[in-house]
Ligand binder design. Structure first.
Ligand code: XLS
Ligand code: NI
Ligand code: NI
Length: 442
């Protein structure tokens, strides 16, 4: 059965002047950017959950979307098969290489863990065939440890070790499934790993539990020979009032504390960065500079409200600086840009899924071109080099290498009558340089 018959696909690349709405203006997979194909830079993926498993419901209202595969009167396995067909038809027509899913997005939960496992195995085998036929790849797999009521008080951080054990079963199975499908990463987003009130919470105990869980996951990964990257996805809150994986710096500190830095990197979501009071640029720069950058969930929030609206990215201004840091760090290895994006509830037509993705992908493609130019021209690097130049002096090196202590350094300052003058940070100038690169890149 065909679900997107209005769109023939694959979505073509058209020139910037074309008025075809179902075409890319900047995303040209084979175009070389800084010596690498655009497709290999961006590694675009579509998410199964918001795009195919969600009917457009919100906390005040029912689903609005035209998604025949979600018809509740259909047998759950048949519905899951139709959903998979719709998803793969969409991936192919959109012309992107990757996708991601949670266990429960792909297959219905059974009455027992064994039944859920059997359902998932059936759908995973079917996905494997489709992936082979279409050349689609799995960017990452993950387990949903937040929707079922048993996880209301957390999965790994639940006060009940039986819930921890249930979560372990789900993750073991999804790691097996991710390995089976040649997944490039495995993600853990701890939506309920946090607290609603500290009055009933042992925070230290929960941190130890989480660390044990993550250690077990890493050991199991090696045990089965999964070579993908394990990724934690920071988010400050929502659905819990406070999530332990608050932001990149918090996750980094946690990994260091529990000796897990070699095993995990981060999956940064744009809208989670802004929810945490940071910019996306900040989170990426932090991760790159601290060697934990892994992958990105590309979406955006709405500045007018404070939650995870997961809208399709449409701001080149927001993505250029982040893409710049990603390129500066050498680009993605196993990661990519996953469209963890939701249509608005009023965007009911199936074709809206294409419009959302096409606009978002073009935003990334154009941002990539601009960021690559900024890096190539050394616009920011020259400026930064100059700004930190003093640190290559004898004094700078002696400080950094630990050759000098506070006392002798202070003695030098006094003996020299040191009185350094302040230098302009030139923020407006550098902002103009970035804007000029944005405006002048065709
Ligand atoms: C929710 C998260 C979630 C993860 C996958 O806010 O973004 O969608 O990416 O569990
Ligand atoms: Ni996400
Ligand atoms: Ni999110």
């Amino acid at each position: 059965m065909t679900f997107f018959s209005d769109v023939s696909g694959p979505i073509p690349f058209a020139s910037a002047g074309s008025d075809d709405e179902l075409a890319y203006r900047y995303y040209d997979p084979d175009r070389l950017v800084a010596g690498k194909r655009m497709e290999d830079h961006l590694r675009i993926g579509v998410c199964y959950w918001h795009s195919f498993a969600w009917p457009g419901s919100d906390i005040f209202g029912h689903g609005t979307f035209d998604r025949p595969w979600l018809d509740p009167s259909t047998d759950p396995m048949e519905a899951a098969i139709a959903k998979q067909d719709a998803a793969f038809e969409f991936f192919q027509k959109l012309g992107v290489r990757f996708f991601s899913f949670h266990d429960v997005d792909m297959a219905p939960e059974g009455a027992t863990l064994a039944e859920s496992r059997a359902n998932l195995d059936t759908l995973v085998e079917r996905a494997a065939t489709k992936m082979e036929q279409t050349g689609t790849k799995l960017l990452w797999g993950t387990a949903n440890l937040f929707s079922h009521p048993r996880y209301a008080a957390g999965a790994a951080t639940n006060p009940d070790p039986d819930v921890f054990t249930h979560a372990a079963a789900q993750v073991r199975h999804m790691l097996d499934a991710t390995l089976r499908l040649g997944g490039q990463n495995y993600v853990l987003w701890g939506g309920r790993e946090g607290y609603e009130t500290l009055l009933n919470t042992r925070m230290g105990h929960e941190a130890d539990q989480l660390a044990r869980f993550l250690t077990m996951v890493a050991e199991y990964k090696h045990h089965i020979g999964f070579e993908g990257t394990l990724l934690l996805e920071p988010k400050p809150q929502e659905p819990t009032k406070h999530q332990y994986d608050y932001d990149c710096a918090t996750v980094h500190g946690f990994l260091e504390r529990y000796d897990l830095l070699d095993e995990y990197k981060v999956n940064i979501e744009v809208n989670h960065a802004t929810l945490g009071g940071h910019s996306f640029h900040h989170e990426v720069a932090y991760a790159v500079d601290n060697g934990i950058f892994g992958s990105v969930d590309a979406n955006r929030g709405d500045p007018q409200n404070g939650w995870d609206t997961d809208q399709f990215p449409n701001s080149v201004d927001e993505f250029v600086p982040a893409l710049y840091e990603i390129l500066r760090g050498g680009g993605f290895t196993t990661g990519g840009f996953l469209f963890d994006t939701k249509l608005r509830r009023q965007s009911m037509a199936r074709s809206d899924l294409f419009h959302g993705h096409i606009g978002g992908i073009d935003t990334l493609a154009r941002s990539l071109l601009i960021a690559a130019k900024l890096l190539e021209d050394r616009t920011l690097e020259d400026l930064r080099d100059e700004r930190y130049n003093g640190w290559s002096s004898d004094r700078g090196q002696a400080i950094l290498n630990g050759d000098v202590g506070l006392g002798s350094l202070a003695d030098q300052a006094v003996a020299e009558g040191l009185n350094p003058s302040a230098v302009s940070g030139g923020q407006e100038r550098v902002e103009n340089l970035v804007n000029r690169a944005i405006w002048s890149t065709p």
